[in-house]
Design a protein. Structure first.
Length: 421
């Protein structure tokens, strides 16, 4: 929300570095990289509901800190802490879906859940641009505090636990108390492991998945690079459209709308299509294979949309073509990104359903690191290469990633069979 106000913040805190201007925005995403490493194992020991509730409380407290910041260091620190707390729903949201949704409708559920983390960065700056112009950038954080604070009692009263091992353990504990039989235990109970042992295994699992499982490693790399490119675009929109088209703070916020529209299109098209592929196999009496989510006819259009959108955006800005043409390129890129995200996340959830939170954490670590760090070189890259060749470079990188989902569609089942995880 506060992206359009970065120039004003830089002026208020007497900062001139373009790297600082970019990092104050992306440091929030850096919190998403480290939070999941703690959130995922805690959710697989204590369940989802407690983490949602206390994450929201901490997020609200840190938002107050950001609103009261006296200098750039303080603002960055609280934005990082907001990212840590805000990583809770990003990390375990897909886990909650895997807990309660059957596989044949999981694609639609994942698409609906993805609306938050993907549309938020698109719609937020639109509202933020006008709010900052009317009341100043600090009111962005006061508004977030008010909304998040209102949700705290609502979430404590209504959120139910969904993680099966935790529910079974609670049931076993209740039966032990009712019957007086200490031998009643959950099927997941292991008397040889202490709580510390369980936490140690759980905290290592996301990193083990990320670094020892080819499927998770390469899929995470794909998502991380495309997500990093998205945030590079987000952090430079304010400068691109100010320099090239003369937009002010309020109209700068509107430049994020095309990416939101593109994501909506991607959700409608690819979310529903993913489930249709699964249901078509079920109708034929065939056993479900996670690789169905990567069917080339489904994934190739979305993977190719990424470089096409970047080429259109970059060269339209380079030659100062009407701003709507460059935004059309962003729309195509965002729709393709949604297709890639849907295919990969659904595939990994289907492949590792029992450890959905850990798989999502593995995705989030790499994705958020590149989402935070890749934008730092954005303005320097554009200064060196220009808008056209700078975005073409990003387009060529995304084009080189296209074969990854196709390879796993062909060989994924064999690789999963060999995996020790």
């Amino acid at each position: 929300m506060f992206a359009p106000g970065i120039p004003a913040i830089m002026q208020e805190f007497n900062e001139t570095s373009s790297t600082t201007a970019t990092f104050v925005l992306s440091i929030y995403v850096l919190g998403f990289a480290f939070g999941p490493l703690i959130v995922a194992p805690l959710s697989e020991i204590y369940g989802r509901a407690h983490l949602y509730n206390f994450g929201n409380v901490l997020f609200t407290i840190f938002s107050v800190g950001a609103a009261l910041s006296k200098n750039m260091g303080m603002l960055m620190a609280f934005r990082f802490l907001m990212g840590l707390a805000g990583s809770v729903p990003i990390t375990i949201g897909s886990g909650s879906i895997a807990d309660i949704m059957p596989v044949e409708v999981r694609g639609k559920a994942m698409a609906a859940w993805a609306l938050g983390p993907l549309l938020g960065p698109c719609i937020g700056p639109v509202a933020g641009g006008f709010l900052i112009r009317a009341a100043g950038w600090r009111w962005v954080y006061w508004l977030v505090t008010i909304v998040a604070g209102i949700l705290i009692p609502f979430s404590f009263l209504t959120l139910k636990e969904t993680y099966a091992p935790v529910l079974l353990e609670r049931k076993a504990a209740r039966l032990r108390k009712e019957t007086g039989n200490p031998n009643l235990q959950s099927i997941h109970y292991d008397p040889t492991k202490t709580l510390a042992d369980r936490f140690k295994v759980a905290i290592i699992r996301p990193l083990r998945l990320l670094f020892t499982t080819y499927i998770v490693t390469l899929m995470s790399l794909y998502v991380a690079i495309t997500y990093g490119i998205l945030y590079l675009l987000f952090t430079t929109f304010s400068f691109v459209y100010t320099r090239q088209y003369g937009f002010d703070e309020a109209t700068n916020g509107l430049t994020f709308l095309p990416s939101g529209i593109g994501m909506m299109i991607g959700i409608v098209v690819f979310g529903a299509m993913s489930d249709r592929l699964v249901m078509a196999r079920k109708a034929k009496g065939l056993e479900h294979r996670p690789e169905v989510r990567l069917l080339p006819a489904f994934t190739l259009p979305s993977t190719l949309a990424l470089p096409i959108g970047l080429f259109i955006y970059g060269w339209c800005v380079e030659y100062n073509v009407h701003w709507i043409a460059s935004m059309f390129g962003v729309l195509i890129f965002a729709a393709g990104l949604m297709g890639v995200m849907m295919a990969i996340q659904n595939y990994l959830l289907d492949a590792y359903p029992q450890h959905a939170a850990s798989v999502t954490a593995a995705l989030a670590v790499l994705r958020s690191l590149l989402g935070a760090l890749l934008p730092l070189g954005g303005l320097d890259m554009y200064d060196a290469l220009g808008w056209g060749w700078g975005n073409s470079l990003l387009g060529f990188i995304s084009l080189a990633l296209v074969p990854i989902p196709v390879i796993f569609y062909i060989f994924g089942e064999k690789l999963r069979a060999k995996s020790k995880v």
